[in-house]
Write a protein that binds this ligand. Structure first.
Ligand code: SF4
Length: 884
């Protein structure tokens, strides 16, 4: 059975065809009919089938760690929320939700909080991701509207990618740009990023600007466009307001090329080239993402970009416009239903009394919140202060993803009542819940999501519902019913909710709001089942949807005119100093998603980067006397983590990068958000996750080691450092410590003992002098675990050892080589896996390049297949080709 659904990861929103065979194995391929990806998937989408197993799932409701019935769980949640609201008022409770929710789930959560509980204390992890883009669009256009389409990539003559490592974070879109450039070598691509990431591999011009100086650059561009007479007079005079003030601010802060170059740390010639190309190219598409949004002056940065498009009138037409890339699969759906604490549903405004009254009438609700709720950072601070006494967290892991993550953890530990709905049994956040509610996940959920380009797509169920897990909308509606709001939450399906959501979007709209999908308000059950992706608005005027918005120059402000915003650039809140000399930037890696609860379960995706790391410039590493793979402690005023050193020339001197993914289930101390200060943009409330300050010190463990084991969880408290990653049929633990145990054999037995001890047999080798310990534990003839400890980080190759776990029985020679840690002579070490689709390692690729004189990724692909499926590894292949 093949079902068309949508990838649950990034905002590209790729269509997926998923099949479930008789043995329960799930295979996926890209949906050739989906407009977002046209059949392509990246490495994460391709590996979705490896993530659907039930071992780590939360399958039953729990209260205080005890399994309970749904009736008990719902009654407890509704009762405690009701009691706290009665005693302390509606603002004493909060929901913290997620761009992982489907639109229907999101709609119901927002309705319950704002229209029935009567507080706007519902915020979402999208606050950390794109709330600055929302605020920027609203300031400029009067509504949160992304005006472009992915199709514009094929029509643009110049593409600017700023603050986005798109090659890793939105790979299918990046590959589309690569193909567009191949088809049209004159397409001019500019990448603006302090780091030279894989995305820069497509760039004609890479501007490695000073972190935080983006507004100076775009203000300089605005002033230059005006000075060069590139202003679109017809457009600015008829369709905009505020240009004079914006130009004054731009000229004042960034008067000329030399000034911009100096402030941004760039060469005059590079700045001049960027300005010249932008000025002379009509079809310019500007992509921006977290590098812009995660800043204490992010909304101004967004508007400094939009200003340039307004001045030139480059908006709403093919091949041009300011394009915010959303991080999550349904960040846009959340925006549509008002999932942020400062919005109402259907793009209406909390601050607008007409909107509040209209929505209350539509919902027939007893109350309507009339002031903004708490944004994410303030929400958890209010939990800490005891002002919010009950919080319900849905489908997100704030103990890992929020800045000042340890403070969030402490706040939840002391919160009166914490409810978590999740599909996973153990996350850093689920561990702290008083009540755990088992939710459905990808493959089980039914509903819709909206991608970055406004395409609404169906997410469809193709797996049976496991245990007692239920849809989020069902759980929320049951609690609402128990709280006494049954009539307005009597949904029987996601379809019922979608119809209401669509009807609300058109309710007394009259063209006021672009988000209008009222043509779908009467969609039948069958039509909803067969629903094909459509790009909103979908209304009487645009029954088939609309690719571009604002082409007519009519915006969603009261007077219909777009607004320029005068931007005065502000530096990041924290500057490096003697105590914390490095700028710390956080972000994503290619094969992991968010806090790894799903992608961390895939052996294929765990191979590319199995451990958390810090990337440093070579000169910084030398100055700190650090080498590749050394363990270091990275600390800020808020906390400390342990990660491995990676040395990368693409890193700017004085700046370091640490991935955001590692959590407390996959690492001992790898949660980078424990370091990030919660400095937020004053308008959007989005934290400055791209610019903290930190120091780095060697970790200096006395021993290093690793464990390969079929066991899922080990107690590694004695290790200074540990990480856990998935391999096929087993888990890999990398460990290191400062304290050496008296007896390694005893330690290994304590660690790996279980109910199979009677059948277990051990082989061991110990060299006390060199502090080497090696052991293998067999159950019968089969290898169950192996442990390797040494004084240095140079330890046997893991992949070969992993392969021994596949065997039913090890031959004597294999047992022998197991303990010596030396693979047989005919074994080929392929190195770190670079191509996750075809399992091709770095050493294999480099050897092939050297031996066959390969010059292009295509030649590598022909020989080794690497890069020929999803293409996510092609930028790395280019790096290998470029390195002699
Ligand atoms: Fe999923 Fe990758 Fe497509 Fe993003 S680009 S939606 S992660 S397949």
């Amino acid at each position: 059975m093949a079902v068309k659904t949508t990838c649950p990861y990034c905002g590209v929103g790729c269509g997926v065809i998923a099949s479930l065979d008789e043995d329960g194995v799930v295979t996926v391929k890209g949906d050739p009919d989906h407009p977002a990806n046209r059949g392509r998937l990246c490495s994460k989408g391709t590996a979705l089938g490896e993530t659907v197993y039930l071992q780590e799932r939360l399958l039953y409701p729990e209260i205080a760690d005890q399994q309970v019935s749904w009736e008990q769980a719902i009654a407890t949640v509704a009762g405690r929320f009701r009691d706290i609201i009665d005693e302390h008022g509606p603002d004493a409770v909060a929901f913290y939700v997620s761009g992982q929710l489907l639109t229907e789930d999101y709609y119901v959560a927002n309705k319950l909080m704002k229209g029935f509980i009567g507080s706007a204390n519902i915020d979402t992890n999208s606050r950390l991701c794109m709330s600055s883009a929302v605020a920027g669009y609203k300031r400029a256009f009067g509504e949160d509207v992304m005006p472009c389409s992915y199709d514009d990539i094929d029509r643009a003559k110049m593409i600017v990618i700023t603050g986005s490592n798109m090659a890793w974070c939105h790979p299918v879109i990046f590959q589309r740009i690569v193909r567009a450039k191949k088809a049209n070598p004159d397409l001019f691509v500019v990448v603006i990023d302090p780091r030279k990431t894989q995305t820069a591999s497509v760039a004609d011009l890479h501007l490695a600007l000073e972190p935080g100086s983006d507004s100076v650059l775009f203000n300089g561009l605005l002033a230059h466009l005006d000075a060069s007479d590139e202003r679109n007079e017809l457009f600015t005079e008829n369709f905009t307001l505020g240009m004079t003030a914006a130009l004054e601010a731009a000229r004042k802060s960034a008067p000329d090329v030399a000034s911009v170059a100096r402030q941004c740390g760039l060469s005059d010639s590079d700045v001049a080239e960027f300005f010249r190309m932008f000025a002379r190219t009509e079809r310019v598409l500007t992509f921006y993402s977290q590098g812009i949004n995660q800043s204490s002056s992010a909304v101004d940065k967004v508007n400094s970009i939009i200003n340039c498009h307004l001045l030139t009138g480059r908006i709403g037409r093919p091949g041009m416009g300011p394009f915010s890339l959303t991080g999550q699969p349904n960040a846009m759906g959340g925006r549509e239903v008002g999932g942020l604490a400062n919005q109402l549903a259907a793009h209406m405004e909390l601050s607008n009394p007409i909107h509040r009254e209209r929505l209350q009438r539509f919902w027939q609700s007893p109350v309507m919140s009339d002031k903004d709720g708490l944004k994410a950072v303030d929400l958890f601070r209010a939990v800490d202060a005891g002002k919010v006494k009950a919080v319900w967290i849905m489908a997100t892991n704030p103990v890992v993803s929020m800045p000042e993550a340890d403070a969030v953890k402490a706040a939840l530990e002391k919160c009166e009542f914490v409810v978590v709905s999740d599909c996973v049994r153990e996350t850093d956040t689920v561990r702290l819940a008083d009540v755990r509610l088992p939710a459905l996940t990808w493959g089980e959920k039914d509903g819709t999501v909206t991608n970055s380009e406004r395409y609404i797509s169906r997410t469809r169920r193709f797996l049976p519902l496991p245990g007692q897990a239920r849809p989020d909308w069902w759980i929320i509606s049951e609690v609402a019913r128990q709280m006494g709001f049954g009539e307005q939450f009597s949904y029987r399906s996601a379809h019922d909710i979608f119809r209401e959501h669509a009807a609300l979007s058109g309710f007394e709209n009259d063209g006021e709001r672009s988000f209008d999908i009222s043509a779908l308000a009467d969609i039948s059950w069958e039509e909803y089942g067969a629903f094909n992706p459509v790009q909103w608005p979908v209304n009487a005027e645009n029954p088939q949807g609309k690719a571009r918005i604002y082409g007519d120059g009519r915006f969603n402000t009261e007077d219909g005119k777009a607004r320029f915003i005068a931007v005065t650039p502000r530096p990041p809140v924290r500057k490096p100093d003697r105590e914390f000399p490095f700028v710390l930037n956080t972000g994503r890696v290619r094969d992991q998603w968010h806090t790894m609860t799903r992608t961390g379960m895939s052996p294929r995706l765990s191979q590319h980067i199995p451990e958390p790391y810090i990337e440093m410039h070579p000169e910084d590493a030398t100055a700190q006397q650090l080498n590749e793979d050394d363990l270091v402690a990275v600390s800020s005023s808020r906390g400390e983590i342990y990660v491995r050193v990676k040395i990368g020339k693409g890193q700017r001197k004085g700046s370091v990068f640490v991935p955001m993914h590692w959590n407390g289930v996959f690492s001992g101390k790898g949660r980078v958000n424990t370091l990030v200060e919660a400095n937020v943009d004053p308008i959007s409330g989005q934290p400055e996750s791209k610019h903290s300050v930190a120091r780095i010190a060697p970790c200096q463990p006395r021993w290093h080691g690793f464990i390969l084991t079929r066991r899922n969880r080990l107690n590694l408290e004695y290790s200074t450092y540990w990480t856990r990653s998935r391999a096929t049929g087993l888990w890999r633990y990398e460990i290191a410590g400062r304290e050496t145990p008296d007896d390694w054999a005893d330690r290994a037995r304590v660690l790996l003992s279980d109910e199979n001890d009677a059948d277990a047999n051990w082989v061991e080798f110990f060299d006390k002098h060199q502090n080497h310990y090696r052991a293998a534990r067999f159950i019968g003839e089969q290898l169950e675990s192996c442990v390797f400890i040494g004084a240095s980080a140079v330890l046997p190759e893991r992949d070969w050892l992993v392969s021994l776990f596949m065997k039913e029985k090890l031959e004597p020679a294999e047992r022998q080589s197991l303990l010596t840690g030396k693979p047989p002579l005919d074994h080929v070490d392929v190195g770190r896996i670079v191509c996750a689709c075809f399992n091709v390692g770095e050493k294999t690729i480099k050897k092939a390049i050297a031996e066959h004189g390969l010059k292009t990724p295509e030649q590598i692909g022909e020989l080794l297949q690497a890069g020929t499926n999803c293409g996510s590894c092609i930028p790395e292949l280019r790096e290998f080709l470029a390195t002699p």
